[in-house]
Design a protein around this ligand. Sequence first.
Ligand SMILES: [Fe+2]
Length: 896
Amino acid sequence: MLKQSLFLHRHAHAHPRDVIPIHLGGASSPILILPSTTRTKNRSKSAAGILRVSGVRAALTSAEKSTAVKAVVTVLRTVGGALTHLGLTRGLDDIGDLLGKTLLLEMVSADLDSATGKEKSTIKSYAKSSGKKGDEVYYESSLVVPQDFGEVGAILVENEHHNDMFVDSIIVKGLPAGDVQFTCNSWVHSKFDNPEKRVFFANKSYLPTKTPNGLRRLRESELKTLRGDGKGERKKFDRIYDYDLYNDLGDPDSGDDFVRPILGGPQNPYPRRCRTGRPKTKKDPLSESRSSFVYVPRDESFSEVKQATFSVKTVYSLLHALVPSLESFFVDNTEGFPHFNAIDTLFVEGIDLPTANKSLVDVIPRIFKAITEAETKILRFETPRMIDRDSFSWIKDSEFARQTLAGANACCIQLVTEWPIKSKLDPLVYGPAESAITDELVQYQIGGVTSVDEAVKQKKLFLLDYHDFLLPFVNDVRSLKGTTLYGSRTLFFLMPDGALRPIAIELTRPPINGNPVWRQVFQPSWDATGIWLWRLARSHVLAHDSGYHQLVSHWLRTHCCTEPYIIAANRQLSAMHPIHRLLKPHFRYTMEINALAREALINNNGIIEKGFTPGKYSILLSSVAYAQQWRFDLQALPADLIHRGVAVEDPSAPHGLKLTIEDYPYASDGLLLWDAIKQWVTDYVTYYYPDSATVESDGELQAWWFEVRTVGHGDKKDEPWWPDSKTFDGLIHILTTIIWVASGHHAAVNFGQFDFAGYFPNRPTIARTPMPTEEASEAVFRRFLEKPEDFLLESFPSQVQATVVMSILDVLSSHSPDEEYIGEKMEPYYAENGTVKGAFEQFQGRLKEIEGIIDARNANLELKNRTGAGVVPYELLKPYSEPGVTAKGVPSSISI
Ligand SMILES: [Fe+2]
C-alpha cells in the first residue's frame, strides 16, 4: 500500500497550495486529495497528464466514477460572531473570506473501507463566501465524491475566522442518493481558540448499535469532548457540559451577611448546576467566586443571534439597569404604599424615573415609557387583565379560591384525607400536632350542606397547606428585618356548583423568644372586624403561596430540576441519538436563563431575597422542598393529581382519570396536553425501539439516565421511585414527564405571573408585619380597629419591593417574538423520516384541536372556575400565543 499521498491536479498550472494532503482518522489506505476547484467535467482530460505517482490507476478510476457535489453552509449573522464586522480581527477575516480560506469542510464517510476495515479518508475543501440573504450568509464548496465513498455521514468544520460563527445548517447537494442535510444550529469556535474540528452528523438518527461503522469513533470522541476533563475555568467558547454544586449563590468574601449555604449534598440536597470552574472564594474554599460572566456551554447561549433571546436579554437589561434606578429612586426602601390610590398610580400616571437609562425605553417598552418632549422617563405598568376586567376581583374570596385551581400556582391544592388535620412536626418544638381548625369551626361554615365527616368522606374538603413546610423557618425568618412568617393552612369546601369556597385559615407561630406557640383560625365573617382579620390572614397565605410558587413550583420543579437532564443528555446521548433529538427542542435556552437566575435572581441579596417573605432563607426553602417533596415520578401530571387526591384512576374516564374537582382548569387542560405529548413520545419511541430489550441495550440511553439519577440528581439516587429506564414503558414515562415539565408545567406557572401578581394586592410576594391579634397589645389592636386598611398596606411589599417584582414578573411573563411553541416546528430530523414526520404532524394536529377544546371550555358558563363575569378565562395551557404578555401559549422549553 502506498504510504505517500496522491496528488490529483486540475491542470498543469495548479499551485501546490491548492493541493491538500489529508492524513486523518488513522486511515492507512491511499488518500485521495481533491482541491476545491476540481470539476468532474475536466477531470479525465487533466488527470491523465498530471498524476505522477505510481499506483495511481485505482485512484484515477475511482475519480473518473466520482460525482461533483456542492456543500452549502448557511451561517447566521450574529452580534459579536465572525460575521458582524465588529471585531478587531475582522480585517484579517475579510481577507480570508475573499481568498476563500476561512471555512474548511471535510466530508466523512459513514462506511469503513471494505478492504482495510478502517475509516476512509475524508474529502476536504474550503467553502467560499457565496452570498447572503437577510441575516443568512452562505458559503459554498465544491467537492468530488468517489463512487465508492458511501453515504456522507458527518462533516468536520474548521472555522478559520478569528471569532466563532453560528452555523445554521449544511446541505450537500448532488449526491447520487440525494441531498444530505446537516442541521447544525451551533456555534463553531475559531480555530485560534481551539484547534479541534467540529463535527456535525447528518440528520438521520441512529441508536448507538446502529451507528454506521464509519462514524462510531466520531460518535464516541464527540461525546468525550463534550464531557470535558472537569478541570479549569470554562471559557466562553467552550462546549463542555459538567456538574457542580450550587456554591456560587453566596459571596463569602464580601462578609458574613453574604454567606449562603452550599446547595447539593447530604446536608442541603439539590439538583446540580452546570460547572463553570471559576476560582474558589478566599474565605471559603468550597464556594465558587461570583462573576458577571457566567459560563454556559456555547450552544446553550444563543444570545447573540438576533432576537433569539429577546426575553433573556430583556431580563438582563432590567436587572442591570432598571432595578438599580428603582432602588436609588425610593429614598426609604422600607416605605410602603400610603393608600390604595398610590398603588393604582403605578398603572395610571406611573413613576418618573429621571435616573433611568433611556435605552430602557427600547428594551422594555411595555413598562418603561419615554415622554420625549419633556425628556421624562416614566415607569408605568400595564393593568393586569384580572384587574382590568374586574377591579374588585382581588378582594373576593371566590377569586382567591378560583386561583388555586386556575391561577398562577394551580398545582398545590390537595384533598383533605384525614380529619382532624395533623402536623408531622415534633410537637415539643412546634406546638400541638392537631390543627386548631375544629369540627365546630368547619360546621359553622358548611352547616346545612353536610357534616364534616361526610364532607371528608365525599371529598369536599381541600387544603392549601404551608404549615409543616414553613413552620421550621418561622424563627429564622422573623430574625430578619422587614418580614415575618407563619405556618399556614387554608381549608376550602367544594360547593355543589363546583366552585371552591375558603372556609378557614389557620396561622401558627411556633414558640419564640420564651413566648409560647401562637395560633389562630380566621374565617370569612359578616362583621367588620372579622372581615378585616380574614383579609389580613388571607394576605399572609397569599404571600406563602407566592413564595412557594416562585421557589418551588416554578424555580425548583422546572428550571432547576431540568438542568441536570440537559447536562446529562449532552454528555451521554450523541447528537445523532434519536432521544437527544427528541429532547433538544425542550432544552432550548434553559441553561442560559438559569445562569442568569443564579447571577441576579436567586443569589444573595438578589431579587427573590429582597422581595419575598423568606428573605435570605428563600433558596434554602427550595432545597428543603427538594429534600422533602420532590420526586421524579410525581412530576408526571397524572401522578401528581392522584398524589394530591384531586384525581383517582378510572379507566372509563377520559385520560384514565376522574377529577375530584371536575372543573379544575389546570388539571383538565393539562391532561389534554399530557396525553398529546405522551402519544407523540410513544409514536417516536416505538419507531426506534421495537421492544424493551432494545431500550435496555442502548448504552447511551442507559448512561444518560444513570447519570441523571446518580449525578445530576445524585442526592436522590437511592430513592425507590425512579422509573425504570430499561423498559419501553419506563422510557416513555421518563420522556413524557421531562417534556411536560419543560412545556406545560412551566407555562402554567410562568406566563400567568403578571396577570395574577402584577396587581400585588392579589398576590403579594411578602407579608411584612404580623397579625394585629398576635401580640395581644391593646395599643396595636386599637390602631387596627381605627384604620385596618393601614395594617394591610403595611403588610404589603414596600414601594421598591413591589415595583421591582412587578417589573420582573412582567418580563418573565412575556413571550419573545421568536418563541418556539410546543409542536410548532417540525425539526429537520423528524422530517427526515416518513413515520416520525407523520407522528409529529398528528401531534401538531392534536395541539390545534386542544386550542379549540380550551376555547370551548372557556365559553362554557357552567365551568365557573374558568369563566364568568369579569373572570379572566384560563388559557395558560393553550398551546399557542402571539408575542408579549398574553397569559397563554406553551413554549417547548423553559426559556424565561
Ligand atoms: Fe420560568
